[in-house]
Design a protein around this ligand. Structure first.
Ligand SMILES: *Cc1c(COP(=O)(O)O)cnc(C)c1O
Length: 834
């Protein structure tokens, strides 16, 4: 079958790139086509003619990866003028364009590419809800149009260009979200996206880095809408309303829950597990109401879905069609999640979208997981701009490239194209029901489940999830990355980071692998663990970063060495044991970290022992001192700052003495999370970052810049009515002072909900309300007073999350966030959002 669309789609040619940027080609082999834009070659596979932009970011410099990119098959590069291209020039089959700013060149090429298309294009900005509104809008618009949008939240200076490059000739509608962190950025994004329609979600109260006032932030964001014919927003945010009306006039269309002067008036009524929305267009002549049932009850979801419905109604979508699609939407952010599956499987749940672009992202993510057998469960692809046969050919090639061992196809279309897949094992089912009935078994593998919304593949995921009792700890990996970048921005150039991943990374890992591998990808230089077992675990799963072990013991030196783990030496007796081991086994060289006592009075070599230490070290040349460090006792509290300064002073003196005596220059490090934030003058060569990565445990003035990464939640198992005077739970500690309603929740002290939460001291959040725990916390359960809300079995119960912070909870219970995080037991299932 002949087709008019080239595969893969050609974005332009090298000569176009030369023409639209102000650069000059320093090497040119031929006027090659460009089929893909890339800024990162790690863990990725490519279409035939990728173009690599060497972008300099906070965390990495693209120029360092050019050779690696070449080895992966990339032949076209945009580099900075200053880059010494002789390194790559020896390969005579490359195109290299030198420019002043590769990011600017990426923008210029994107503007050139975008200008080839004329189609309705909605662009979304605001503080919260951008991604979910975009995802829902995509889902709903796809019922009628071939739609393209940003994959995940690719919404900033690099992500937007990469998203725009996904536009193809058959697309009928575009939806792109735009996010900024500084003044000046939105004008650039507006030029890239060139939206025809705009939507402003809302503005958050948090004051943010980069903007002086909230008004300035709104003014900056709405620059996105400069060329739009219509702009949609909610009139119930007065500041947004005011700023938009000052800048734009005729273009505005707004809605409100209570203001009758709005263009659309929205009434909502809560039902069980759902909400009824009545949306009325208030034109001068007639009023027309449409009613929808949506599968959410929380206020954020209601606002987000109303944005979608008002927009879609105003743009003529059929209300009946919308209602049919609505009930399939999911309230959680539509992001890939990594879950623990049965029989030691890992399940990557990406059951929200299914198109080639997002499948590639998911497969790349899969490649970053533990190296096991890989299975992909895939539904039909819907609403693609590419003809079926070609699409499934492309799909087959993609799966083969990622060394997928087994494909399970679900749906009539993928089944019809079964012969295209050259994969060791393939099975096809016509429907999810057929798949479930067949009860396929899974063991020791990584399984990607990816499908269009309408297939509701979450039913497939459910069959594979490890049994659990409803309590989960969610880790937001985006937040972890954000926090890492924040701390990095506080460091002088060249200061390294040792990420502390002890105690299952502060409770967040079943072991520490998921976080450690993300940290390794994001350029952390060192890892620190408490015990050797933790280090061995990381090695066995493919972590290659250097790892320091803080509590080594002599019976373990062998295993430590064979796993390339580096012991901390904190005392002379430990040094003696190591010396014995070295001479017994004739070890050539062993890397160690010296820990000095400066005031913590826990582990560390005392100042008075330095001379003896030095004498001993001189006698054992096999000991290679990688670093010297100490630990601050009270870096967080200004009342102890004099003590901290004293510790730093001792540290400097002691390290200088050792360095002089041994004529060595090891890495020096002193600061933990709060040390980094409060004592920038003591960064030395490295810092040790622990709790800050999780976005908690820092000073209140810093908190707004961090994203708390952990959510501990469960669901209500049962609701009961209790009469006045009756008792609740063990030892009859809870007594109903009046007739009350209680909810039983499946989380107890064996899960990490400490008994100190009990008897009214701790609260959990249900439907946004703080509900006290009544009576004693049991081993596996607790009871909550829900008298004042209409709670139901199955309702979500938040113990803590980004809003109901661990810090506040810790303070309430008289403990510290470190303890709350690390006491969550291993039977609580961990789920990772990327
Ligand atoms: C745990 C630990 C850290 C990290 O401390 P945070 O306050 O969590 O950043 C740093 N250094 C040592 C020696 C530690 O044990």
């Amino acid at each position: 079958m002949e087709s008019t669309i080239s595969f893969p789609h050609i974005l332009g040619h090298f000569n176009d790139l030369v023409a639209v940027t102000a650069g000059y080609p320093v090497a040119e082999t031929a006027n090659l086509p460009i089929t893909e834009l890339s800024i990162d070659s790690r863990n990725k596979t490519f279409t035939p003619f990728p173009l690599f932009f060497a972008i300099i970011g906070i965390n990495h410099n693209g120029h360092d990866y050019i050779i690696e990119a070449y080895q992966k098959g990339i032949r076209q590069f945009v580099v900075n003028h200053a880059y010494n291209h002789s390194i790559i020039e020896k390969y005579n089959d490359v195109n290299i364009l030198a420019v002043t700013d590769p990011l600017e060149a990426l923008h210029q090429f994107t503007i050139f590419y975008r200008s080839k298309y004329q189609l309705p294009l909605l662009s979304i900005t605001g503080s919260n809800g951008k991604t979910i509104v975009k995802e829902w809008m995509h889902e709903l618009l796809s019922r009628k149009y071939k739609t393209v949008s940003n994959p995940h939240s690719y919404n900033a200076q690099v992500g937007v260009p990469l998203s725009i490059s996904l536009l193809q000739p058959n697309h009928e509608y575009g939806i792109f979200e735009a996010g900024i962190s500084q003044p000046g950025e939105m004008e650039k994004l507006a030029r890239l996206i060139q939206p025809t329609h705009g939507l402003f979600t809302n503005i958050g109260p948090a004051h943010s880095q980069g903007f002086q006032t909230i008004t300035q932030k709104i003014e900056e964001k709405i620059k996105l809408f400069a060329g739009c014919s219509t702009i949609y927003y909610c009139k119930d945010h007065p500041l947004v309303d005011q700023v938009l009306r000052k800048r734009y006039k005729n273009e505005l269309i707004n809605w409100s829950f209570n203001n009758p002067t709005a263009d659309y008036l929205v009434r909502c009524k809560q039902l069980t597990g759902q909400t009824k929305l009545q949306i009325t267009r208030s034109t001068q002549n007639h009023k027309r109401a449409n009613t929808f049932i949506v599968p959410f009850r929380d206020s954020a979801s209601i606002e987000n879905i109303t944005h979608c419905l008002v927009y879609l109604l105003d743009n003529g979508l059929d209300p009946a069609l919308l209602q049919r699609s609505l009930l399939q939407l999911k309230a959680i952010p539509m992001r890939m999640t990594l879950k623990a599956g049965m029989n030691r499987c890992q399940v990557i749940d990406d059951t929200y979208t299914n198109d080639i672009a997002s499948l590639r992202l998911a497969l790349d993510f899969m490649q970053q997981q533990q190296p096991t057998k890989r299975t992909v469960i895939l539904s039909d692809m819907l609403q693609s701009a590419t003809p079926d046969h070609q699409l499934y050919q492309e799909l087959a090639a993609l799966l083969a490239k990622h060394a997928i061992h087994r494909l399970i196809g679900i749906g009539p279309v993928i089944s019809h194209h079964s012969t295209l897949f050259e994969i060791p094992e393939t099975i096809f089912f016509n429907s999810v029901e057929a798949f479930i009935a067949a009860k396929p078994s899974f063991k020791d593998e990584t399984i990607l489940v990816k499908g269009a919304r309408s297939f509701r593949l979450e039913r497939v995921v459910q069959t594979m999830e490890k049994n659990s009792h409803g309590t989960i700890l969610e880790i937001d990996m985006h937040a972890i990355r954000h926090n890492l970048s924040y701390f990095r921005s506080k460091l002088q150039v060249g200061t390294k980071i040792m990420a502390m991943v002890k105690a299952s990374t502060y409770g967040s890992g079943s072991n520490s692998f998921e976080l450690a591998s993300a940290l390794q990808r994001h350029g952390v230089e060192y890892l620190g663990v408490a015990y050797m077992d933790e280090g061995i675990h990381l090695r066995q799963q493919g972590i290659t970063l250097p790892i320091m072990v803080m509590n080594p013991t002599d019976d373990h030196f062998d295993a430590m060495l064979s796993h390339h783990l580096e012991p901390e030496v904190y005392s002379l007796p430990l040094l003696d044991e190591l010396a014995c081991f070295i001479s017994e086994k004739s070890i050539q060289s062993i890397p160690i970290h010296l820990k000095l006592e400066t005031g913590m009075h826990r582990l560390g070599i005392e100042e008075t022992a330095l001379d003896q230490l030095i004498t001993q070290l001189k006698q054992i040349p096999a000991l290679h001192i990688v670093s010297i460090f100490s630990h601050l006792a009270a870096s967080q509290e200004d009342m102890h700052d004099a003590y901290t300064l004293l510790q730093a002073d001792r540290f400097i003196k002691m390290t200088q003495y050792i360095e002089q005596q041994l004529a060595i220059k090891p890495l020096k490090h002193l600061l933990n999370t709060n040390g980094i934030l409060r004592f920038q003058q003591f960064q030395f060569d490295m810092v040790r970052l622990g709790i800050g990565l999780h976005g908690v445990g820092v000073d209140q003035t810093i908190q707004p810049y961090l994203l708390p990464a952990s959510t501990l939640k469960t669901t209500i198992s049962q609701i009961k009515s209790i009469q006045k005077g009756e008792s609740i739970g063990y030892d009859r500690k809870g007594i109903a002072q009046q007739d009350i309603t209680i909810a039983t929740i499946p989380i107890g002290y064996a899960d990490g909900l400490s008994r100190s939460f009990g008897c009214g001291k701790g609260r959990v959040i249900i439907q946004g309300h703080a509900c006290p725990i009544i009576g004693n916390v049991c081993m596996d359960m607790a009871m909550v007073d829900v008298t004042n809300i209409t709670a139901q079995r199955g309702d979500e119960v938040i113990i803590f999350n980004a809003v109901h912070s661990i810090d506040a909870l810790a303070e309430q219970l008289g403990t510290i966030p470190y303890e709350l995080l690390t006491q969550i037991s291993q039977r609580v299932k961990r789920i990772y959002y990327t």
